[in-house]
Design a protein around this ligand. Sequence first.
Ligand code: Z16
Length: 828
Amino acid sequence: MAAPEVTHLPNLPNDVEGLRQSIRDAVVRVVGEDPRQATERDWMEALAFAIRERMVERRLLTRRQFADEDVKRVYYLSMEYLIGRMLEANLRNMGILEPARQAMADLGVNLDTILDLEDDAALGNGGLGRLAACILESLATQGYPGYGYGIRYEFGMFRQEFEPYHQVEHPDNWLRYGNPWEFPRSDRKYPIHFYGHVVEHHHPRGETRYTWENGEEVLAMAYDYPTAGYGRRNVNNLRLWAAKATRDFDLRYFNEGDYIRAVADKAESETISMVLYPNDATAIGKELRLKQEYFFVSASLQDILDRHLALGYNLDALPDKVAIQLNDTHPAIAVAELMRLLVDCHELSWDRAWDLARRTFAYTNHTLMPEALETWPVELMERVLPRHMGIIYQINHDFLEQVRHRYPGDNDRLARLSIIDEQNGRRVRMAHLAVVGSHRVNGVAALHTQLLQETLFEDFYNLWPERFVNVTNGVTPRLWMIQANPALTELLGQRIGNDWQYDLDRLRALEPYAHDADLQKAFLDVKRANKVRLANLVRERTGVELNPDVMFDVQIKRIHEYKRQLLKLLHVVDLYRRIRAGEDVAPRVVLFGGKAAPGYARAKGIIQVINEVADIVNHDPAVGDRLKCVFFPNYEVSSASIIIPAADVSEQISTAGFEASGTGNMKLALNGALTIGTLDGANIEIRDAVGEESIFIFGMTADEVVEHRRNGPNPEAILAQQPNLAAAVEMIESGFFTCDDPGTHGDLGRYLRHEDPFFVIADYAAYTEACERADTLYADRTAWAEAAILNVARMGYFSIDRTVRDYANQIWDIIPEPVAPSRTNGAA
Ligand code: Z16
């Protein structure tokens, strides 16, 4: 029993006076600067330290309570966390935003200026990484014992610049000023093994044992990021791993006298956590990527097992005390790694270990796109992770036995289901490994889950229908409403109170007031103010002047052929041509934002042509305010929170059947933008929620897309029928907009006429018709305001809190454990 003073946790005051004291002290004690000379960045750092010491108190309280109450924990394994800025979010979720604002003002510093100095933590590409960040925030907010594991990339998502039209990538050196939010844990290091070979040890009685010998080792060191819940004391943890060279490197080379080689090798072994691969919907076949995946998975599983055993639990209790969620196939090697740890290191029998592993893991699929599905050449897996290759063979052998028993003689089915693809030079199908090794598999929207069952995982669904569930994505209203849209938050508070901040379904209380003229006016005023805020940012970043009284039509997301930025661009060119021809078209501002994977030439070409069209359109005096086109550079979480509240129209126009869910669609609709969208991903559920009056649906359905492809699409024939569309394509390919490399626009014309793989041409007429429906409604300010208010009122379902409850109930079997106010740590 430790003495009381040893178990004591500090209890720092959260009032203005207490915060001011902490911040002033931190400038000297942590930043090391004289308050008389401290810069804004020094004050930012001091403020961050004052918050983090308060966060860690609650983190420890939370951890104590979870240990005392024997809770089941969930671990979210994700290669990506797209967090954005942390200062404001931490202040808000800790409940000290306003006192901190006052404390800073007392110290002569404007909080908003400080907030703007922070770099985004952009450790993710797009939807998948942002979803992971929303899920962690919701786990803490709802009091679930949920922890994130990932990689502490030295360089996150690249910074995008246009020079002047095409995308140029710059390194994202987000840690250059250090990072006040992380707790480096030099005592938490795990060895991670690569290469080498496997030695079999035959035992006369009992199973053959295996050891993994020689090869290389690198250490995974933990960096902890406390994650605070909103309106609760719970603080959870995100643990990110960084690669550190082992001392072995020193011994091996320094002793041989090759000092430079030794240092170079140390550095090279630390490249594992150096950089995020900037690809979203394509698999990366690089050895370093496989090493990243295994690196963070092995460290996380070693850590999970250590904690499980340290808490006094038996390995047989693993599925009762631990749930592990695989965020896409990126961490799917976890299935083999847990088997290795249980069988080789903890000496469990194969069958016992397999039963535990399967009941512990669950897998979320985020895409049906074949090029995004990870497969690793057997030869590569054998070289980098020889023991895992053996384990995968064993898993596959046992699995295919089961299939043979169920479907005798059906060799085609066996080949289709096998974890090893024998067709394409022998590859390990990571999605199959994830499905076989999990007790639940989920898609991220109703349509996506249905398509998973009917196409990608059809054979698995027939085998194990009970494994498949849907968990529709969601977004956190703390960031995407309360933080991003303070003006609407304030208005909602005046009209329906603040209950919706804790239960987003309560937004429905707004419904009866949708036709209230005062509310409509206030709502439109809020939207206009948000548009002015965005126009100021756009002027600052691009020099383009936007008229806030014109419709803001927004498409913000990664650049992809299937997301069809070209469909929106054709519309812009069409409008531009008609304006020049003297036609009267409804005015609009079209704003694009998003990054292209550096190796995705077509996506980069799309960015370039949009920038070129924008340049011509925005400088044409004949156009004026009737049309503006902006490509917002370096779209990231912090700019999203300015753009989204300012949008009138949300473009969700992917070819049906290709967008697994989308989450930008939810953020925009929640902020009162009306959606123009296809029946794809979660758009379908958004339509069901908001009603036909508040959404503009158009285009082929997923079934019709399949049918259309089967019939042999003929874009040229469609062009011949549609003079406006044909004229737009001709205008592009004529070189009218060419500012840079001649030839690229001709190539784009050929692409649309002869390839058009995502049916931009086939959906164009329906699309422009939907845009015109939006224009007509927009012109009727009362009708628009009513539809937009109803849209907000009916978006409660898309709260990430509902998503997380669905995971907790259908998959993880965990319950909330709100941290109770204690006598000594009771301050809210
Ligand atoms: C990603 O962001 C997504 C899928 C994927 O395979 C890889 C990445 Cl990095 C996206 C989906 O495209 C999107 O529809 C979905 O909303 C999002 O994941 C979150 O589920």
